[in-house]
Design a protein around this ligand. Structure first.
Ligand code: CNA
Length: 244
């Protein structure tokens, strides 16, 4: 049995599946990830600050103008559409209980039709005034690009995205850990597994169907029951050819 056949068999034998996704899932939608060769961390930036510095809480508070220049240019892709992989994971819901635990902030799982999505790092789709808490959607704030979006009350609008130095939402942590601990299959896809605490959640999986679908190696490869190092779109095309 080749690896794709093994993956198909594991999926068919599972009732409760968690998809743990990262930025690599959305590169085929035209959104660069952070750590690939053509990812945001390896680009030559105009700014003297590193991406890690810029997308931190303290930087946002001190330099919202520089933050938003970077954010609108590098992190917000309002025209991006779900790709074959988002769609495949959404279709899995027809015959399986599927929970998506994502580190992505791009809203593409939901746009593909996935229902049960835990967004560990928040979403670009939601934005709140820091002064009066008024809600704004992405279209509301993109009008201001590349400048700071301001609320009617004069307050600065902040994306509901977990920046470096900020904590993850407690309810999301509990839900993610519970889903991973309870599921019978965990598919980790498109993530370098280096951003904590999210990456550590994989450790709560305790059964024998831990699958890693990622272009490059990760620190968890040796702990997985099945590892496929390929572009996720090739994996999905192959498994769909087998009728899944
Ligand atoms: P990362 O550290 O950039 O790792 C991405 C991983 O995906 C790498 O190991 C790549 O080898 C792999 N990869 C890239 N393209 C593909 C592909 N087509 N098929 C298979 N594997 C691929 O990103 P992580 O998600 O691990 O890091 C977590 C950060 C990235 C989170 O805080 C996110 O919010 C943040 N991020 C999100 C987005 C998004 O929402 N689309 C984009 C960029 C960064």
């Amino acid at each position: 049995m080749n690896k794709i056949e093994q993956l198909k068999k594991m999926i068919e034998e599972s009732h409760d599946i968690v998809i743990f996704s990262g930025a690599g899932l959305s590169t085929n939608s035209g959104i660069p990830d952070f750590r690939s060769a053509n990812g945001i961390y390896n680009e030559k930036l105009k700014s003297k600050f590193s991406p890690e510095e810029i997308i931190s809480h303290s930087f946002f508070m001190k330099h919202p103008d520089d933050f938003y220049k970077f954010y609108f240019e590098k992190m917000v892709y309002p025209d991006a559409k779900p790709n074959i992989a988002h769609e495949f994971f959404a279709k899995l819901q027809k015959n399986h209980k599927v929970t998506i635990v994502t580190q992505n902030i791009d809203d593409l799982h939901q746009m593909a039709g996935s229902k049960n999505v835990i967004e560990l790092h928040g979403s670009i789709a939601r934005n709140y005034c820091m002064k009066c808490r008024k809600y704004y959607n992405i279209k509301d704030i993109i009008k201001f690009s590349p400048n700071i979006p301001y609320c009617e009350c004069g307050g600065i609008i902040k994306p509901d995205v977990v920046l470096y130095e900020e904590s993850l939402n407690e309810d999301d942590i509990v839900s993610a850990v519970r889903a991973i601990g309870d599921c019978d299959m965990l598919i980790v896809v498109g993530t370098s597994l280096v951003v904590y605490p999210a990456a550590g959640f994989v450790r709560y999986y305790n059964k024998d169907k831990l699958v890693l679908l990622n272009k490059s190696e990760t620190q968890y490869d040796s702990k997985c029951n099945l590892v496929i190092h390929d572009d996720i779109k090739n994996v999905i095309k192959e498994i769909e050819k087998l009728g899944l």
